[in-house]
Design a protein around this ligand. Structure first.
Ligand code: FES
Length: 101
């Protein structure tokens, strides 16, 4: 597999023990992982991957999503925001909504 052009990291609130416990998890961030995977497949986006992370220490802004390698952080992620982020990726633009400055 080639290195992805965009790798989305969704906070799953995992603790060092592996336990999913925290703000983002309680706001259904884990469900966003499967939603994002499905959207990537449905849109046939190549070069876009998604993974779940542990707590990103920005809990008050969660669920948090990071788009690497750009290093863009997004707050309060939901399915609509994932759609906007993927739309922007398809158009070669930066999603501005919920972007953490
Ligand atoms: S639980 Fe997601 S940033 Fe802390």
């Amino acid at each position: 597999m080639d290195k992805p052009e965009h790798h989305l990291f969704i906070c799953g609130s995992a603790r060092a023990t592996g336990e999913l416990k925290g703000v983002c998890c309680n706001k259904d961030s884990v469900a966003l992982l499967s939603y994002t995977q499905s959207e990537i497949q449905d849109r046939m986006l190549s070069g876009v991957e998604v993974s779940m992370t542990g707590c990103l220490n920005m809990c008050n802004q969660g669920p948090v999503v990071i788009d690497y390698p750009g290093g863009h952080y997004y707050s309060k992620a939901d399915e609509d925001l994932i759609d906007d982020i993927l739309d922007a990726i398809e158009e070669g633009e930066l999603c501005e909504r919920n972007l953490i400055a």
